[in-house]
Design a binder for this molecule. Structure first.
Ligand SMILES: Nc1nc2c(ncn2[C@@H]2O[C@H](COP(=O)(O)O[C@H]3[C@@H](O)[C@H](n4cnc5c(=O)[nH]c(N)nc54)O[C@@H]3COP(=O)(O)O)[C@@H](O)[C@H]2O)c(=O)[nH]1
Length: 785
């Protein structure tokens, strides 16, 4: 694209060339005339040279003009042609100017006049041709007149000087005239460009107008089509006349025929759902006052059959010149299905699928909302965090469907306890929570907790089984125990842990020192995830002693966890958490492997310490691949099966899980010894015990501790020993710390003993040293006492 300056110059050059043809032709003709004329006047040979040069330069100019006509003006660089023209024009002017060299003052006046006229005539005539580019005229004029001018002044005569002055004035006049011509050329070029531009614009405008008209027609047609075929209802409200048009489709959306509904504003207002009416009318009023952008609203409209349709209304305003709203044009889109789907998604996202109670997300939201309300009212709010006690046992023993059923029944009972304004939620698993709002005193929460406790008194009957369930409750109060939902829930959770530990089935209020415990719980939970890979576990061994001979009859493998932050964490603290999270499978498998490896190592070193006992969690026993795991560990370590003992708590066995029992039967059939740990704390009946695959009963430490002070503990221990004898099971007592406890048990016929009296749990190496150096000593102590 050329610049406008360049385009103008090109046009000048074009004009220059188009006029130059006449000048050249006349130049040749006049040149021939002058040549002939002056050859009669003078016999100087110089004239011949002059004539030939003049014809030559004009022929060159003709050639240039012809060549220029042939070029493509759009693509060529015209300034090069201008330069060529300038050169030839200069020579042409110079040759004409040099004619004055023939001048002789002795000539007849007519010859002198002829010479001057020829040159001035040429100067005047060439203005029209060369003035399109002023420089061209200047380079022609100066060499044309300068030689004569100089000659006239050089003669120093009055006549020639006057003539020279006149010639100079003539030249100056010619330059002015040429400049004027030049200005007019430029103006006309400008005008022609403007003309071309306007023509183009006019053409474009006409074309645009045509296409706009076409588009308008199309749009009108499309709009008609849309109105006819769309499922959306069209409406138009003329605010000046207060005239509302409701399209037949608008009415059909609600199940009405066109004539059944009047097209007026009250029709719409009356059909609005009562819950939406005030909000929507207020929104519309606000818009009518400040009509910015489009109006959009969602509401429900009554349909002919008495139900409600979800409607999305969208309207475009029309304003007058003063910006006043004069019309609203809009559509009604039926969004009933979308609203239904949204509600369904909301239900899934915010409600627990099993109990249909709000879930943790919604509960958090409600707490946040209640906190902002509470800031206005100044009243308290309480969170009750309820965790069911030993609920896992129901799932483990009776399966998840039974567990789910019980959870649903619990939800129903809790609903009856809470007020309508309170929020009852299921936070997950066996955790429920209640948000109690507008509380004047935190006693209110205690009353609510009492009611929840009472609601659990009656058993839950599922599949013919009576389940007596309790729940531990932690309570946190806003604003005392936290300023946001997360801290209130966390602190209620911490209080719940306290309730579980000191008042199972009861409730506890949050106190500040509790949060540390809760924090520890969470830290343990997250730390456990990496403990195995970071090799933070180790295994200690505690000897089992034959109470009559004092000989070592076996060892119990006990896991230890050294936490990088808390140091040694007792198994009683982390094992329940590992069971909750399922991590006990990995940990248990690791302990079993270590214990079997150690036992086999001792065997191969000739240390006969009897059986290696390993504790089993119910979670491990329930897992599908447990049997395979045990078999592969025995195979890998080479430990004979009869040197392995697995300890299972009485509670696990009493869960009556067919799967657990079958696993134990198979383990026993492989030659592995099975012991019931913590015996006496469960409720196993004699009949049940006889059928269980058990080789050993382990009297719980709680009885042994009090065996010499508490007759009941002594009686239970005697009964267990007698039971063992009747059923031909070995009986072992754990937690023997004093020799009088040992004496009592031995006298009653207890087979084996374990406890700090003999040794605390030790590392494998210490155990080896213990057997080598202290084993005999231990036996002696036993025998002497
Ligand atoms: N599933 C698994 N459970 C395990 C594993 N390792 C241990 N445990 C169980 O953790 C509970 C606590 O065990 P721990 O802290 O190791 O305590 C054991 C002994 O140190 C302790 N003991 C032994 N003698 C005495 C004594 O004279 N006094 C006294 N105060 N404590 C004593 O008793 C625990 C052994 O208990 P038990 O298993 O019932 O024989 C405990 O329930 C372990 O079972 C594991 O790898 N897996």
């Amino acid at each position: 694209m050329k610049s406008i300056k360049q385009a103008i110059l090109d046009k000048q050059i074009d004009l220059l060339f188009s006029y130059s043809g006449t000048v050249v032709a006349s130049g040749i003709a006049v040149g021939c005339f002058a040549w002939i004329y002056f050859s009669f006047v003078t016999d100087t040979p110089w004239l011949m040279l002059w004539g030939v040069s003049l014809i030559g330069v004009n022929l060159a100019r003709l050639y240039l003009l012809r060549s220029f006509k042939r070029i493509n003006k759009r693509q060529a660089i015209l300034s090069i042609w201008l330069r060529r023209h300038l050169v030839l024009t200069f020579f042409s002017g110079l040759i004409w100017g040099l004619l004055s060299l023939t001048y002789d003052p002795n000539w007849a006046t007519s010859h002198q006049v002829m010479l001057v006229m020829l040159l001035t005539g040429l100067a005047a005539f060439s203005i029209t041709a060369y003035a399109a580019v002023l420089e061209v005229y200047v380079v022609f004029l100066i060499p044309l007149l300068l030689p004569l001018e100089l000659d006239l002044f050089a003669r120093g005569e009055i006549f020639t000087s006057v003539l020279g002055m006149l010639l100079l004035l003539f030249a100056i006049g010619m330059l002015f005239v040429a400049r004027r011509f030049y200005t007019q050329y430029i103006e006309s070029i400008h005008l022609s460009f403007e003309h071309q531009f306007l023509q183009k614009e006019l053409l474009n405008g006409t074309q645009n107008l045509e296409s706009m008209e076409h588009a308008l027609k199309n749009a009108e047609q499309q709009f008609d089509n849309v109105l006819e075929t769309s499922l959306d209802g069209y409406w138009e409200w003329d605010l000046q006349k207060n005239d509302l048009y409701l399209s037949p489709r608008w009415k059909a959306q609600l199940g009405y025929k066109d004539h059944e509904l009047k097209s007026e504003l009250d029709t719409w207002k009356n059909l609005l759902h009562p819950d939406d009416r005030n909000v929507i009318l207020e929104k519309l009023d606000n818009y009518l006052i400040h009509p910015r952008g489009h109006w959009e609203a969602e509401f429900r409209l009554l349909n002919k059959s008495g139900g409600y349709r979800g409607i999305l209304a969208r309207a475009t305003p029309t304003l007058d010149k003063q910006g006043k709203l004069i019309r609203l044009t809009g559509v009604h889109i039926d969004i009933t299905e979308r609203v239904k789907a949204e509600n369904k998604i909301k239900k899934l996202a915010y409600y627990d699928r099993l109990t249909k109670l709000p879930n943790r997300i919604l509960f958090n939201d409600r707490i946040s909302h209640a906190i902002s309300q509470s800031k206005h009212t100044g009243l308290k709010l309480c969170i009750l965090f309820l965790d069911l006690d030993r609920f896992k046992n129901i799932n483990d023993s009776f399966g998840h469907p039974a567990g789910d059923h019980v959870l649903k029944m619990i939800a129903e009972r809790l609903k009856k306890v809470v007020r309508e304004d309170d929020t009852l939620a299921r936070l997950g698993g066996d955790e429920f929570a209640v948000l109690v709002e507008n509380v004047h005193h935190s006693h209110h929460a205690a009353l609510m907790a009492g009611k929840i406790k009472s609601s659990f008194e009656k058993s839950f009957v599922v599949g013919g089984h009576d389940f007596y369930i309790s729940g531990s409750i932690g309570i946190s109060v806003y604003p005392n125990d936290g300023g946001d939902a997360a801290s209130l829930l966390k602190n209620a959770d911490a209080a719940m842990y306290k309730a579980k530990n000191i008042d199972r089935g009861g409730f506890q209020f949050y106190t500040e020192e509790l949060s540390e415990k809760a924090l520890r719980h969470y830290t343990i939970e997250s730390g456990l995830r990496q403990a195995l890979s970071k090799q933070q576990f180790s295994v200690l061994y505690q000897p089992k002693i034959d109470l009559s001979s004092g000989a070592i009859k076996g060892a119990e493998a006990l896991v230890r966890w050294i936490h990088p932050q808390f140091g040694e964490i007792p198994p009683e603290q982390f094992i329940p958490i590992a069971e909750e999270t399922g991590q006990i499978r990995g940990i248990g498998e690791w302990v079993l492997l270590q214990a079997c490896k150690t036992a086999q190592d001792w065997q191969s070193r000739g240390l006969d310490i009897g059986r290696m006992a390993v504790n089993l969690s119910g979670v491990q026993l329930q897992s599908e691949d447990f049997l395979e795991t045990v078999k592969s560990i025995l195979l890998k370590t080479g430990l004979p099966t009869d040197l392995l003992e697995l300890e299972v708590t009485e509670n696990i066995l009493m869960r009556d899980s067919e799967k657990s029992i079958n696993s134990l039967v198979e383990l026993q059939s492989m030659g592995i010894n099975i012991a019931i740990d913590d015996f006496g704390t469960g409720y196993s009946s004699l009949a049940q015990l006889a059928t269980l695959p058990v080789d050993k009963l382990k009297i719980d430490r709680s009885f042994v501790t009090n065996i010499c002070q508490d007759e009941q503990s002594a009686e239970i221990s005697r009964t267990i020993i007698a039971l063992g004898r009747t059923l031909s099971k070995v009986v072992i007592a754990e937690g023997i710390e004093y020799s009088d406890q040992q004496d009592f048990l031995r006298q009653e016929g207890c087979d084996e003993g374990q406890g700090f009296l003999f040794s605390k749990p030790m590392t494998g190496q210490q155990f080896v040293e213990f057997t080598e150096h202290n084993g005999q000593q231990a036996r002696l102590t036993t025998l002497q006492s």
